[in-house]
Design a protein around this ligand. Structure first.
Ligand code: MRU
Length: 359
């Protein structure tokens, strides 16, 4: 198999709904172990999202949609009214798993709207409609990734160097990723280029996940520590920076993995174009600016050590914001499934998606 379909064929599925059950790839064990876990309860799905077994904005959204179905299974034999009550309760529970990636709430709100629009005589019919909606969200995610790939691939020139941060790859979604999608399409078209994958402290999504999937697809990938980005740019090795996003505000400000803001500032200093790749499911028109985006604060232990091994002295304090916000003034363009939006982002995003990105 070749092409972008071949990329997915070489990787385990991040999210799978099979025979009425939800399976999630445990990304905390990659790249050394490939473990897929069946999700038997809402609490298990909640915990999988919170502990980053499933992570990356689009994958979280798809997992939450199916996770709501898992949560609602016990209510299929009850009344329609009890089923509707359970939808509200379980959706609110899952939505609280992580705050920054808007895809989580976006997918759950879509599920709630589908339930509200379904005239059902029995809870079982409502359940079937919700599974259908989750499958639609899942299939759509794969199309959005491909659209981003097609829109962004022309940005990657032959013999160039592309730097990315965290994992905005196939492992963050259910298709060919967001930031990696242009890379996979360019690679499929025969463009030879180098990728620099930031290690991405504290949880190493770049070293563990991005390097793993790009290598599996045959791309030329080099891991650098986050603190090497400046010298890699200064050495003239980087022509383009592309990262994903967890939430894009109406004015184009974009939240992404901690460290992205520093890269954007560096890219501006060195005159290197900095792009965000984001599907419409990551746009949040209710956030007027990045200041409205909630930033997840994670446990200090993730910074004070790694993989259960303490590296900082006992008693050391740590800050651990999981994301930062890159102001739109530092962003050359936002690569969406409908094309690349450039400044002014407010009018550009509205022109492509209207006020409503909810499908
Ligand atoms: O904490 P994570 O691993 O969920 O963070 C993921 C990122 O920051 C990705 O870059 C982002 O979700 C974009 S993925 C399309």
């Amino acid at each position: 198999m070749s092409g972008t379909a071949g990329v997915l064929a070489r990787l385990p599925r991040t999210v799978e709904w099979r025979d009425g059950d939800l399976y999630l790839l445990d990304q905390t064990r990659l790249p050394h172990e490939v473990v897929v876990e069946r999700q038997d309860s809402a609490d298990q799905v909640f915990s999988a999202i919170r502990t980053l077994k499933v992570r990356g904005a689009p994958a979280i959204g798809v997992a939450a949609a199916y996770g709501l179905c898992v949560a609602l299974r016990p209510f299929r034999s009850g009344t329609v009214a009890a089923f509707h009550d359970a939808i509200e309760r379980e959706a609110a529970h899952l939505d609280a798993a992580r705050p920054t990636a808007v895809n989580l709430g976006w997918a759950l709100r879509r599920m709630q709207r589908r339930a509200a629009a379904t005239k059902a005589a029995a809870a079982e019919e409502l359940f079937a409609a919700l599974v259908d909606e989750a499958v639609r969200i899942h299939e759509e995610d794969q199309r959005l990734c491909l659209g981003i790939g097609l829109a962004g691939a022309p940005l990657i020139a032959a013999s160039s160097g592309v730097l990315t941060h965290c994992n905005a790859g196939a492992l963050c979604a259910t298709g060919i990723g967001t930031a990696t999608a242009p890379m996979y399409v360019a690679h499929e078209r025969g463009v030879a280029f180098r990728v620099y994958a930031d290690e991405t402290r504290p949880l190493l999504q770049g070293a563990r996940l991005t390097a793993w999937e790009l290598q599996a697809a045959g791309l030329d990938v080099t891991v650098i520590t986050d603190s090497m980005a400046a010298s890699t740019m200064a050495a003239g090795l980087v022509d383009l920076v592309v990262t994903g996003a967890d939430r894009v505000a109406r004015n184009g400000d974009a939240a992404n993995k901690i460290g992205t803001l520093g890269l954007a500032i560096l890219a501006r200093h060195f005159g290197i174009p900095f792009y965000i790749a984001a599907p419409s499911s990551t746009l949040d028109f209710d956030c007027l600016t990045g200041a409205d985006i909630p930033i997840e604060q994670r446990a200090p232990d993730e910074v004070l050590g790694f993989a259960g091994v303490r590296t900082a002295p006992a008693g050391a304090k740590a800050r651990n914001p999981a994301f930062d916000v890159t102001p739109h003034a530092l962003i050359a363009g936002i690569i969406t499934e409908r094309g690349i939006v450039r400044a002014p982002f407010d009018t550009g995003l509205s022109a492509l998606f209207g006020r409503d990105n909810s499908e």
